[in-house]
Design a binder for this molecule. Sequence first.
Ligand code: ACO
Length: 318
Amino acid sequence: MKCSRILGTGGYLPARVVTNADLEAQVETTDAWIRERTGIEKRHLVSEGETCCDLAEIAARRALAAAQLDPADLDLILVATTTPDQFFPSTACLLQQRLDVHGCPAFDLQAVCAGFVYAVDVADKYIRSGAAKHVLVVGAEAISRLVDWTDRTTCVLFGDGAGAVVLGAADAPGILSTHIHADGAYAELLQVPGGHGNGRPELATLEMRGNEVFRFAVTTLGRIVDETLEANGLTKDDIDWLIPHQANIRIIQATARKLDLPLERVIVTVAEHGNTSSASIPLALDQAVRDGRIQRGQTLLMEAFGGGFTWGSVLVRY
Ligand code: ACO
């Protein structure tokens, strides 16, 4: 049976930068509060007319170039997003058209901040089964479009962006294991309750009971780390890099402590990117690959937690 490995990575952040100081002018908040409670200093946001697919296309082209592949080599296109350009066609189909490839399957996958981990799980299974040789996996969000910019408890947290990987069939992993979970019992703690789909457009912004989400995320991510190491017969010492979903520096620190990893071995982008939902892990991965911190042969643990609740991990020999 074939395995899958990461052939190339790419990322893109929109040009517009919004600092904590900019937000101080909009809502009752302070730079000090945002830094202390979240670790965030600034975020990139889409400009008017710029869409999730615009970000996805640039990240995808960069990942394809890094993998030294053409779009025509792809057998499957997966886009993890909560903020598609349209109800339909999917952002994956829109992206496929922009890449000028035709015929291969393309679909979106929605698991909010755990979307990228979910999509890698699916892509890995396609490759292992022999159904695909090259899969483009993109995590892309214009999540600022779901944010209530008058709600200080949520608007300071999020940013837009896209990250991508190209996975290819290989004789040895690559992706060592993937673990995904969900529990819809917690839907109300983190949700966009309305929207055009249920005739409640006035409720089409994000609501979060931050404190409860925080506590659940810390416990759950601790468990998923244990599950992943145990499934692979590894110990904490075998992990070279932790690449967490970037929601809050305090959640990241808690998971790093669980692994006894110093923060120097954790890829942290939350200060510059904010929470870019499904884009955060592939963006962090791409940044650390390009700046040379992540090297071939190293063991990477990615983990994410998001609305649903959804959560999961990917263990990779890069
Ligand atoms: N500026 C100033 N004060 C604020 C702000 C702000 N931006 N936001 C909230 N406050 C106030 C609150 O009103 C509250 O005031 P009160 O004590 O007078 O009532 C006080 O600060 C403390 O609020 P808490 O909510 O208890 O603050 P907390 O330390 O929990 O931090 C935060 C809030 C940052 C949202 C945190 O709970 C968190 O990160 N939660 C998890 C987020 C997450 O991981 N989400 C999952 C992924 S996202 C996805 O899937 C889409």
